[in-house]
Design a binder for this molecule. Structure first.
Ligand SMILES: *[C@@H]1O[C@H](CO)[C@@H](O)[C@H](O)[C@H]1NC(C)=O
Length: 267
């Protein structure tokens, strides 16, 4: 009898001391999040065990009724295409896309990766626009016509655009799930390049581009900005090597869906 009591107290102490406490103390439960849908959302760092063991946050009565209301009013765009609407902190073996589910912006449509699956980027390289040090310049097809314009500006101003940076990979956790973006940079959706210019009066780096003392560079940058593209030298925090089309501002929802598609499939 005494030994049972000792065992019981031992379990109790272990239970309280366990690092699941940060989750359970707020009403959540620690689960392998790949196998559950948590309408209250999922939080990392609150549970013992491997990285798939996450805190399924408590869904109180308001949360339950909200989920039911959103599902019955507004999820059909997602569910009719075979997807599931859930808070995007939940596991999704495919990718999340926005604009197809009821509720707040974090409630998104998880659809299986088999619907897309391939990396939708194109490689761009010409005699006047090419990657620095063998870099492959990859952009999203919607930005390709802008690259064609950039190429024609380079030709008419007599410069070569040396691209140091185009599409950027970011946003996947260790389980391969695409995480919400930390920043909405246009590099993350293949709608931006960073560059230096090779000109008849020498190489023009960030300082040179910003100082505007190279007439060939000025010719090029003027054409870039008059075409409607944005030059980073005009930004509040100047980034003189940067050119983009401002997609993150002009169409945040398109930015979002490109982000989840490209970041899931372009690795
Ligand atoms: C939009 O993208 C630019 C360049 O990628 C970035 O500097 C800026 O912070 C972004 N703005 C927002 C609101 O996300």
């Amino acid at each position: 009898m005494l030994s049972y009591l000792v065992l019981f107290i031992g379990l109790l102490v272990h239970g309280v001391a366990s690092s699941d406490y940060a989750c359970t103390s707020q009403g959540g439960s620690c689960v392998d999040y790949r196998y559950f849908v948590c309408n209250g959302g999922v939080e990392t760092g609150l549970c013992d065990g491997d990285s798939n063991r996450r805190c399924c946050l408590k869904c109180d009565t308001t949360c339950v009724s909200n989920s039911e209301n959103w599902a019955s009013c507004c999820d059909s765009a997602c569910t009719s295409s075979g997807g599931t609407c859930k808070d995007n902190s939940n596991y999704c073996s495919g990718r999340y896309s926005s604009g197809k589910c009821g509720g707040p912006s974090e409630r998104q449509c998880c659809s299986s990766s088999t619907s897309s699956g391939s990396c939708n980027l194109v490689t761009y390289s010409t005699a006047n626009v090419y990657g620095y040090n063998g870099l492959t310049v990859q952009v999203e097809p919607g930005f390709k016509s802008n690259m064609v314009d950039i190429n024609s500006f380079a030709i008419s101003c007599g410069v070569e655009v040396v691209v140091t940076h185009a599409f950027r990979e970011e946003g996947q956790d260790l389980g391969g799930t695409v995480v919400p973006p930390a920043s909405n940079s246009n590099h993350l959706v293949g709608h931006a390049i960073d560059m230096n210019l090779d000109t008849p009066s020498g190489f023009c780096n960030s300082d040179c581009l910003y100082a505007k003392y190279n007439s060939y560079a000025n010719c090029f940058l003027n054409k870039v900005t008059s075409s409607g593209l944005r030059w980073g030298g005009d930004f509040y925090s100047p980034d003189p090597v940067h050119i983009d089309d401002g997609l993150n501002l002009s169409s945040p929802s398109q930015w979002d869906s490109l982000y989840y598609d490209l970041q899931a499939n372009c690795y």
